[in-house]
Design a protein around this ligand. Structure first.
Ligand SMILES: [Zn+2]
Length: 153
C-alpha cells in the first residue's frame, strides 16, 4: 500500500521535515515538483539528487502532468549544476532500487574522473563514499550557493 510505503520512506520523511520548517542542511532548493539536494558524498563534485514531491516508486506512476513538469524541473537542475561546477560531462539517472521514491541522480563527471567511460556505480563504493567526501552542515555551503544562483537565472 502506498500509505505504508510513505510511512517508511526516507525521502517522504525528509519532505515532512521540510514542510514542518526544518530543512536539512543539504537542501539546495525547492522547485515546483521537487527538492534539489546535494548528495551526502561529493566524490563527484556537484553531485545532486532531485527528489519528487509525490511519492511513487517509478516515473510512470506519477500523474502525467506532474511527471512532465518534474522532467522539466529536473532539466533546470541539470543545467544549473552544469554551469555551477563546469564538468566535462553530465550523467542523469533514475534508479530507485533501494530508496523507492522517484528521484534523479544528477552527476557531474569531471576531467579527473578515474573511470569516465562507465556509470559511477562501477567505481567501488568505498572510494565514492569515502568519509573524506562526506559533507557536513557547513562544508559545502559555497557549492550549494553556486547552484542556487544558477537555478535563479
Ligand atoms: Zn516517499
Amino acid at each position: 500500500m502506498i500509505g505504508d510505503a510513505m510511512a517508511t520512506c526516507s525521502f517522504c520523511s525528509q519532505i515532512k521535515d521540510i514542510k514542518a520548517g526544518n530543512p536539512p542542511s543539504d537542501l539546495i532548493a525547492e522547485l515546483p515538483t521537487g527538492y534539489l539536494k546535494l548528495n551526502w558524498f561529493q566524490y563527484y563534485h556537484g553531485y545532486c539528487l532531485f527528489v519528487s514531491k509525490i511519492h511513487a516508486e517509478d516515473l510512470d506512476e506519477l500523474p502525467r502532468d506532474f511527471a512532465d513538469a518534474f522532467m522539466n524541473d529536473m532539466l533546470r537542475c541539470h543545467r544549473a549544476v552544469r554551469v555551477a561546477v563546469e564538468p566535462r560531462k553530465m550523467n542523469v539517472a533514475s534508479l530507485g532500487n533501494r530508496d523507492k521514491h522517484v528521484h534523479w541522480h544528477i552527476i557531474p563527471r569531471h576531467a579527473n574522473d578515474p573511470m569516465p567511460d562507465v556509470p559511477i556505480w562501477e567505481l567501488r563504493q568505498s572510494v565514492r563514499q569515502n568519509k573524506a567526501f562526506r559533507i557536513t552542515d557547513t562544508s559545502h555551503l559555497n557549492l550549494i550557493e553556486q547552484i542556487r544562483i544558477q537555478l535563479m537565472r
